[in-house]
Every structure is written in structure tokens, then in C-alpha cells.
Design a protein around this ligand. Structure first.
Ligand code: SF4
Length: 443
């Protein structure tokens, strides 16, 4: 049993991607059922959970720094429970290292055992030793876990877990397991519940949403799910992430036909060189990717496209990098998330010879970012004088006298308007373009 105390407080910090944010919501839901309440103040928390990311070394270093920092709180309050979960601790060798280096951690848990967290918490409250539980295999999906959502306007709904693709630089298939799709009925019930509670927007999440349903019976695929979500009446539907090799003509048609599916697609290309794409095990070529972009733009002409790109992948020559620059010019993305390659232990790319020197990667990253900034600005300028539908999210962070919200294409727009518009969808005319956002006026 948990020690009796009238009220306990928890603080969860999630690093990395939306899957971790989702896991944080699930953990919060379980904790609130255990009479815990959230707090932003670590000093008053009875339980602090870090949900870690293993994708980049920088994120790992931040986590180690943070665990080190928490030692002081643990000394001041020996009853404080410190827990570390997520993709770093899913790797058994990393988890063991953490246990050794930070013996004051109470719980180390992986990505497959969120559902057991209350039991781990009980064990940690009763014992002295670090409770370490890392499940090797993903269990069957547990539906209907209670969740606490952060925002009353936009929600994430995970539709599938894991990934089967084994891109050579990526740790996800090792730490999140194979692809498992949630049942459509359960996803739809969750979204209907969101609609009934006034949510305006849902983002369907998975490492590779385009292969949703491949593990389900009766030919139900992502296109079918998208149409069914559209029928729930939720006003805005987004999804991520899409692997280019799995985008089907059926999906493009569904996107074009469903009124509430937003005109935005995040389509990670990673490199513009077919040779590097092969070495990354991406299973498409530069030519196929460009053809796909043409097919998508033919069906949905005003779609906004964003991407992820890695520079300095092992073996990347100047010519390969220039292929990436020319692909960026050819596609004219609205925005790109760009990264310098950093090797992840346990992935095939980390063992590849011909690692690119850091200085070279950094210089390439800078050239790539400069090019994207120019293109983003040009794409935004094309929107001047256009009329956009904006979901109003709240006061602008930089200028509280303005409101802020996103277009259907996911662009941030600031405009003057009264607070009663927050949570509504309004029409705005774009008056000015900046590189990463737009200014407009209410119509
Ligand atoms: S598609 Fe590739 S990069 Fe994305 S999660 Fe799967 S293995 Fe990682």
C-alpha cells in the first residue's frame, strides 16, 4: 500500500517526441486515480518522473544532467520518489548503467510497461532498492487506460505503436517494438469523446501511421480510419509521422476528399541522395519521393509539406549533400526539421565506416538551414492577401496584445482579436509574411 497521506503531488517531464507526451498523459491518468495531483514545482513533488528520448545523444546528456540535479531534492526529501522511463531506459544496458550511476533512482521502467506503473510505484514506496522493470517484448495493447490531457482544444491520439522499418540510424524499433495497431472502434470512441468535450483538433500519432492496420484483420487501413475519423465530426484532423514508402493512392484520395483532414503532410525525406537513402534503409529513391510529391500536389494543390532531414550520415559526400539541397529546392517545403547525424549505440549506422566529421556536418547543416529559411519565407509570402481559417489557440507568446492560431496548413498566424475567440475557428486575411510565421487581420 502507498503510505497514507492526504494529498500527493507528481511532476512528469517528457523529452523527445509526441509518443513520450502520450505516455506522460497515460501515466498522469493512472496517478490521478491514485490520488496524486500534478504540480509544476519539483520542490513540492512526492514523485518526479522523467520520460526519456534515445534518438539523439544531446537528449541523453540532458537527461543525465537532470537526474544529477534531482539528487539535491532527494537528499532534502528522502520520501521523494524518482522514476525514469522512456526509450533510454528501455535499453537494458542503458538502464543498468543508470542504476549504477544514480543509485538513488527509485524506479527505472521501459516503454512496454506503463500499465504496470502503479505496481512499480507501490514496490518503490515499500522498498529501498531501485525497482528496475524493462520488458523485452511489447505486450498486447491495453485500451481504456485513464489519461489526462493537457489542453482542452487539441489532442493527440495514438493509433499505433512501434515500427517495423529498421532505418539504420534509428533506435525506435528496438525500444518501441514492432508495429501494433489499436482497434478502430477504440480509437473512434476516444475521438467521439473528445468531440463531446469540445475538442477541435486531433492529431493521429504513430511512428509510421501509413502502415496502420497491416496487423489487423479485414483490410482496414489508414485511409479507412481517416474517413471514419472525419465522420466523427471533429473539426480538424492531422496525423504524423508518414513514411513515404507506405503512402498509398487510397490515402491521398482520402486526404483530398475528407473536409476535416488538414492540408498538411509531414513527409520525412531524410536525404536527397538515393545512395544515402539506400544506406539508411529507407526503401524509396529520390525519384520515387519526388514523384510522390507530384501525386500529392496534383490531388491537393494547396497542401503544406514539411520534412525531416539528416545531414552528415556516414558516407555522405559533398555530392550527396548537394542532392539534398537540390531536392529541397525541387519540393519547396514549408518547413524542415534538420539534424546533424549523431550515432546511436545499437544501430547499424553507428558501426558504419566513413563517419562524417562533426565540422563538416555542422557546415552542411548551416547551408541547409539557410536554404530552407529562404524557401519558407517565399512560401509564406505566397500566402499574403489569402484568406485562411485559423483555430485560435490563445494570446501570442511574444506579443500578448495579439491572438495566435494555426492555419489548416499548420502555419502560425498572429492577429489582433478579442479573447472570446479563443477555441474558435475564424477567418483571417494574411497581411505580412515572416520566415516562421504570418501576420493577419480578422475578416
Ligand atoms: S520509420 Fe525509420 S526512422 Fe521512423 S521510427 Fe521507424 S525505423 Fe525509426
Amino acid at each position: 500500500m502507498l503510505k497514507a497521506k492526504a494529498q500527493k503531488y507528481y511532476k512528469i517531464t517528457a523529452y523527445g517526441c509526441q509518443m513520450n507526451e502520450h505516455d506522460a498523459e497515460v501515466l498522469a491518468g493512472q496517478l490521478q486515480e491514485q490520488n496524486y495531483l500534478p504540480t509544476d514545482d519539483e520542490a513540492t513533488a512526492d514523485l518526479i518522473i522523467l520520460i526519456t528520448c534515445a534518438v539523439r545523444e544531446h537528449a541523453e546528456q540532458r537527461v543525465y544532467g537532470k537526474i544529477g540535479e534531482l539528487y539535491r531534492l532527494k537528499q532534502e526529501n528522502p520520501n521523494l520518489i524518482l522514476a525514469v522511463g522512456g526509450c533510454m531506459s528501455q535499453q537494458m544496458e542503458v538502464a543498468k548503467k543508470m542504476k549504477q550511476r544514480f543509485p538513488y533512482l527509485d524506479i527505472i521502467f521501459g516503454t512496454h510497461n506503463l500499465v504496470n506503473f502503479p505496481e512499480l510505484l507501490r514496490a518503490a514506496s515499500d522498498g529501498q532498492e531501485t525497482v528496475l522493470e524493462i520488458l523485452d517484448k511489447e505486450g498486447s495493447l491495453v485500451e481504456q487506460l485513464p489519461r489526462v490531457r493537457q489542453d482542452g482544444l487539441k489532442a493527440w491520439t495514438t493509433i499505433m505503436y512501434g515500427c517495423n522499418n529498421f532505418c539504420t540510424y534509428c533506435i525506435v524499433p528496438y525500444v518501441r517494438g514492432r508495429e501494433r495497431s489499436r482497434q478502430p472502434a477504440s480509437i473512434l470512441a476516444e475521438i467521439e469523446d473528445l468531440v463531446s468535450r469540445g475538442y477541435q483538433e486531433v492529431t493521429l500519432l504513430g511512428q509510421n501511421v501509413n502502415s496502420y492496420g497491416k496487423d489487423l484483420h479485414d483490410d482496414y487501413d489508414f485511409a479507412a480510419l481517416l474517413r471514419a475519423v472525419n465522420d466523427t465530426g471533429i473539426n480538424r484532423i492531422r496525423f504524423m509521422t508518414s513514411h513515404p514508402k507506405d503512402i498509398s493512392p487510397r490515402l491521398i484520395t482520402a486526404m483530398a476528399e475528407c473536409e476535416n483532414v488538414m492540408e498538411h503532410l509531414h513527409l520525412p525525406v531524410q536525404s536527397g541522395s538515393s545512395r544515402i537513402l539506400q544506406s539508411m534503409n529507407r526503401r524509396y529513391t529520390r525519384e520515387r519521393y519526388l514523384e510522390l510529391v507530384r501525386e500529392i500536389r496534383t490531388a491537393i494543390p494547396d497542401i503544406a509539406l514539411t520534412t525531416d532531414i539528416i545531414v552528415g550520415f556516414p558516407g555522405e559526400t559533398e555530392q550527396d549533400f548537394e542532392d539534398t539541397l537540390s531536392l529541397m529546392e525541387a519540393v519547396r517545403y514549408d518547413a524542415a526539421f534538420t539534424f546533424a547525424y549523431s550515432p546511436r549505440g545499437g544501430t547499424p549506422a553507428a558501426k558504419m565506416l566513413e563517419q562524417v566529421a562533426d565540422a563538416v556536418s555542422k557546415e552542411r547543416l548551416q547551408r541547409l538551414n539557410e536554404l530552407q529559411a529562404r524557401i519558407s519565407m517565399e512560401r509564406n509570402q505566397e500566402l499574403i492577401s489569402s484568406e485562411q481559417q485559423i483555430l485560435v489557440e490563445g494570446p501570442s507568446k511574444n506579443d500578448p496584445s495579439r491572438l495566435t492560431g494555426r492555419t489548416r496548413g499548420n502555419k502560425l498566424v498572429h492577429f489582433v482579436g478579442s479573447e472570446h475567440l479563443i477555441g474558435k475557428i475564424v477567418r483571417v486575411r494574411i497581411t505580412q509574411a515572416q520566415t516562421w510565421n504570418l501576420l493577419g487581420e480578422l475578416i
